[in-house]
Design a binder for this molecule. Structure first.
Ligand code: BTN
Length: 241
């Protein structure tokens, strides 16, 4: 698959979307040294200092229906956890659905964006930002974010991390395609899932409730056992904070 390397761009996700619209093929990877307007989820910005991070986006033109696309983010999260573990030995875990955490702090975020018609996908872009070699963080995120080099005590090879992440992704993506869902990846995902067995608080449009996270279902929804209410059994939540 082709890889496009850029010194700078606004956001590798934006670049990937422009390229996908212009005909770039499935599997094209866009990597940039510097993003001038890196994007996070929920309209937030993503700080992307030059030469210290891994900012990359994969262009995909899959055949499965649009409803399955959000699961790619979970597949990507598994690939990052695996890639980071194999290169650095750090115990990277997943905070559902797709934050990668080392020693309690975030080292990676994933932003998946899709262009689709009601029954088919034009393209999906899977954007991954890994804090590789940053030496410090702005005060407002210092408590919550870290980098691989800060946790490891030495610089990491960004090329090695990129290679291992996509090696793992290829493997997991093939498994995902077997059923176009996460049924054959659930166990593996749950092994990385930091929320498992922990109390979570769900911010629902209808109000807030608590429970214990037990795992995910085949569609990637978090399964929560409700505590302190009359409701028995597991409830599945789609997204939220
Ligand atoms: C999050 O909010 O956790 C998601 C952050 C995603 C950041 C990556 S960096 C590469 C790609 N390009 C972007 O503009 N965003 C994603």
């Amino acid at each position: 698959h082709p890889t496009v390397f850029l010194e700078r761009t606004d956001s590798t996700n934006n670049e990937a979307k422009r390229m996908a619209e212009a005909g770039a093929s499935h599997g094209t990877l866009v990597v940039a040294e510097n993003q001038e307007a890196g994007k996070g989820r929920r309209g937030r910005s993503w700080s992307s200092p030059e030469k210290s991070g891994i900012w990359m986006t994969l262009i995909m033109k899959p055949e499965f229906p649009p409803s399955q696309a959000s699961m790619l983010t979970l597949v990507a999260a598994m690939a990052v956890a695996e890639g980071v573990r194999s290169v650095t030995g750090l115990e990277a875990g997943i905070k559902w659905p797709n934050d990668i955490v080392v020693n309690g702090k975030k080292i990676c975020g994933i932003l998946t964006e899709m262009s689709a018609e009601p029954d088919y996908i034009n393209h999906v872009v899977v954007g991954i930002g890994i804090n590789a070699n940053m030496e410090e963080f702005p005060p407002d995120i210092r408590e919550k974010a870290t980098s691989l080099s800060l946790e490891l005590g030495e610089k990491v090879s960004r090329a090695a991390v990129i290679a291992e992440v996509w090696n793992a992704f290829e493997l997991y993506y093939d498994k995902f395609l077997e059923n176009a869902d996460l049924s054959s990846l659930r166990e593996k995902y749950e092994a990385h899932l930091l929320n498992r067995g922990k109390e979570v608080c769900v911010l629902d449009p209808k109000g807030e409730w608590r429970g214990v996270a037990r795992g995910i279902d085949r569609n990637g929804r978090l399964l929560i056992e409700q505590t302190g209410s009359g409701d028995e059994g597991l409830r599945a939540v789609d997204s939220g904070e």
